[in-house]
Design a protein around this ligand. Sequence first.
Ligand code: HEM
Length: 507
Amino acid sequence: MDTLNMESITQFQNWPAAITVLVLTSFVFLVIHHVRRPSFSKGAPRFFSVGDWPIVGALRFWTDRLNFVNHGIHSSPSGNFSFYFGRNQIVGVSGAEGRKTFFESKDLSLTEGYGVLFATQPTIPDDAYKGEMAFDKWFQRTIIGQTRKESFARNLPLFVNDTRESLERMVAREGNPGLMDPFDDLYKIIYQLTVRIVGATEIANDPKLRAKTLRLFETIAKASSPTRIIFPWLPTLAYIRKNVAGARLYYELNKLVEDRKKTGRRENDTLQYFIDTNETVVRSLTFILGALFAGQLNSGITVGGTLTSLAWHPQWYKKVQEEVDGVIARNRKSPDQSAVDILSTLSIDDYTDSFPLIDLCFREEIRHQTVGTAFRRNISGGDVPVGKTGDVIPKDAFVVYPMDDVQFNPEFYPNPEEWDPSRYFPVEGKEQPLYIGWGTGRHPCLGMKFAKLEMSIVGALFVAMFDYSLADEKGNPLASAPPKDRSGHSAEKPKTPLRLKYTLRKQ
Ligand code: HEM
């Protein structure tokens, strides 16, 4: 035993050569198994080889998405093309036939597409799937149930009050006149309103818990990494960070559930619905995160983006301010009411119907903010034809559709980079331009009514309370905002910081 001490066992060079070869060969086989790319089936669209690397595939799909996809579309006679990202087979589709298949085929799964390719989404834990209904059906049904008009009506006074208090706190902090960050101050208000509807009252009411949970959500949202898509078995730092943030959110939510159960305290919110229907905390958290992923970034960025765009389009700013002032004047009951007091008395229908111009501004802003591609996966078990193009989406392959194919297509939007809400003005004999900013086909946005409501409240209160103009971080006036970066993957805060310089309006 003298010679077989621990030191000699752990010394690599002392292992018998045969074992070394066996271990190395197994490792190589394992790597080959995990990185070997399945070949595309026969009818798949033309393979786009520019920028294709062995093992990792088309890295430009990550680093330069818009140009990569446009290049792929133009390289193929049908406008559809195939490429790899890691081992994943992906088909890019475009044009009328591609669009129809992408948005309308029941063989293509949105959940599976985003689950793998939109790497920021939380991984759905195995036990979240348990239950008599498929996870995506349950998710859709729950979000529809929790975003009914009754729930909006119940929460409306709170929404308005949350917004008012946050804006007043901002003035107390920044002064009057002051400088504010629309992509932070308004983004946080949207979080509070969204969490009221799809989360827990305690989070909406407690500024510390709100800040903490938003930070954790953002950690998850920022943990997107191409490495995990290409090597799904590799525990990257981003992946670990995302899971730690998920575990901390679980801990916070579990504490709320336990507290309500122990004290018998009830709230009228989504968390209570989950407690009453005996959902697990994992499924409840998975739902809340999914709803935040669908809504927070989009609504939070759109409302900040719209107010910013108004600041450098004075003709539209003036019209919107007139619209808001008109609604306030029409609803005034006494001279001593403030503008915000009056906005607090409006009903859901008032918010939905009384601000048509603000609604068109949101529509135009969403057209500008919608970047990147939407995702699906072929789950039919066979090939899926791309309309009449002759191309197919192979079994199990992913599909991507560039939103710019509609939203920035000069055929539908002449001078697409111009910010011009009048594009949607009704003109007799002229159809509305094709629009996919709220989704279409089998997966229209299920949070649209809520998003429009929360954005209208925040937008109307802001315009009523302040006169404002565009500025840089130091408060220097800016004539316009730099063009939005269209190579991104989803709506995001501007790369160059923008501020709004405001003064309180006298009313
Ligand atoms: C400005 C705000 C928003 C915009 C622009 C927006 C846009 C979209 C778009 C384009 C889609 C379709 C995606 C696709 O086809 O791949 C979609 C789907 C969806 N949205 Fe929104 N959204 C917004 C806010 C919200 C909010 C606040 C919620 C919920 C709280 C929400 C929940 C959903 C859900 C659940 C789906 C998936 C529907 C399905 O699975 O069939 N969205 N949204």
